[in-house]
Design a protein around this ligand. Sequence first.
Ligand code: NYM
Ligand code: MG
Length: 216
Amino acid sequence: MGTQRGALVVFEGLDRSGKSTQCQRLVDVLRANGEEVHHMRFPNRSSPIGQMINSYLSGQAQQDDHAIHLLFSANRWESVRELEERINAGATVIVDRYYYSGCVYSAAKHIPSMDLEWCRSPDVGLPRPDVCIFLDISAEEQAKRGGFGEERYEKRELQDRVRECYHEMRKHPDEHADMVIVDAGRGMEEVEQEIAEVVRRVRKNVEGGESRLRTV
Ligand code: NYM
Ligand code: MG
């Protein structure tokens, strides 16, 4: 018998939704329980492609919208081997943003040649998560949390469209099955507990089920 594979858990949400905080808390709790956990985030700004993305997001560089979209996708593809190796070695892999962000931030630009389907296509074939935890937050709650940063995309109007795109994307049959909406407008601990429950359930399913990862 081979090693039982680990679960692939993705976090998604708007900027300021508490995603990175919740990711880190989950990682800490699982590790404290002695679990093997691997934490990744996209964009991974450390690779050469990631540095191009960082320059774009910080406004130091300009890119055609299609080109930057493909760079975000390439930035995931360059980590696929590592991701698969960790999963197959039995680690729970927790990912802060994945192809959903890739789709919705680009589609929210409302460029006619970049609809959701086009945006999704370069990511087809990536490992499909066992669950995507979508931390949903209203525009009002997001505003209350104060100051967006300085980065591109951190603007009220775009964020509203991104949120709509997430809900639109959820209509796709695969995404619908994988996405769990968690109301992130509540206190940090309440949100954390709900997430822990979702992850417990998903890990149990993975342990009892098909051992191969599916693909997007
Ligand atoms: N983003 C992130 C995209 O536009 N496409 C992608 O594929 C990914 C992974 O990058 N505003 C956007 C969403 C964020 C920005 O992410 C930086 P973060 O998690 O704030 O560092
Ligand atoms: Mg951000």
